[in-house]
Design a protein around this ligand. Structure first.
Ligand SMILES: Nc1nc2c(ncn2[C@@H]2O[C@H](COP(=O)(O)OP(=O)(O)OP(=O)(O)O)[C@@H](O)[C@H]2O)c(=O)[nH]1
Ligand SMILES: [Zn+2]
Length: 206
């Protein structure tokens, strides 16, 4: 069965490939709709540039983000592993403008001793962020992938972001920060595990 991934699914099924010609046409149409002249010198290459940019910004649609967790190490660590302040850039699916901030990703490894490389947690955030997104879904998808792929005993993901759709247009509240969290396994059931992670996240030096 062929399924496209519109970002809502948790099973990471790649979407059909990016269509640059279609994207270029759409950008040209948008410029025309705005009353611009897409053939003037400054804009002549813009549709192709924007198409390339979107292929990159939505790269997470054409790959399977969870695959970055395929490689694990046989390291025994029974307690929390937490990577904080992972820079995060994503695209709001309502307005197609950026939201950006930081992600904190923690997990409690399986007792069988499978841990992932630290950079892979940042890659996971990156790939799920590179889709048309809402912050809540992004947060959940990262937590679910960590649980699923690492057989983790718990996962915690906190994302703090500013949405440019709230800053540069609409309600115009620059500086407003949205914080979302996803707690799975032990972080949901154990107040002390949750408190330990939240203390490390909230108390970090900035
Ligand atoms: N829950 C959630 N809402 C988001 C996110 N990104 C943007 N939004 C909101 O999506 C909503 C879309 O609201 P609509 O009323 O359909 O669109 P709009 O008229 O452009 O809304 P305004 O932004 O209030 O001008 C807005 O309230 C945005 O702030 C997100 O990641 N999560
Ligand atoms: Zn928005």
């Amino acid at each position: 069965m062929t399924t496209t991934n519109n970002g809502a699914g948790t099973a990471a099924v790649p979407a059909p490939a990016f269509d640059p010609a279609r994207a270029e046409n759409a950008v040209r149409e948008l410029l025309l709709a705005c009353g611009e002249d897409p053939d003037r010198e400054g804009l002549r290459e813009t549709p192709a540039r924007v198409a390339r940019a979107y292929a990159e910004l939505f790269a997470g649609l054409y790959t399977e983000p969870d695959a970055v967790l395929d490689k694990t190490f046989d390291v025994s660590h029974e307690e929390l592993v937490l990577v904080t302040d992972i820079p995060m850039y994503s695209t709001c699916e309502h307005h197609l403008v950026p939201f950006h901030g930081v992600a904190h990703v923690g997990y409690i490894p399986a007792l069988t001793g499978r841990v992932t490389g630290l950079s892979k947690l940042a890659r996971l955030v990156d790939l799920y962020a590179k889709r048309p997104q809402v912050q809540e879904r992004l947060t959940s998808q990262v937590a679910d992938a960590v649980m699923r792929k690492l057989d983790a005993r718990g996962a915690i993901v906190v994302i703090e972001a500013e949405h440019l759709c709230m800053a540069m247009r609409g309600v115009r509240k620059p500086g407003a920060r949205t914080v979302t969290s996803a707690l799975r396994g032990q972080f949901k059931t154990s107040a002390s595990s949750r408190a330990e992670a939240m203390q490390l996240i909230n108390g970090r030096s900035r």
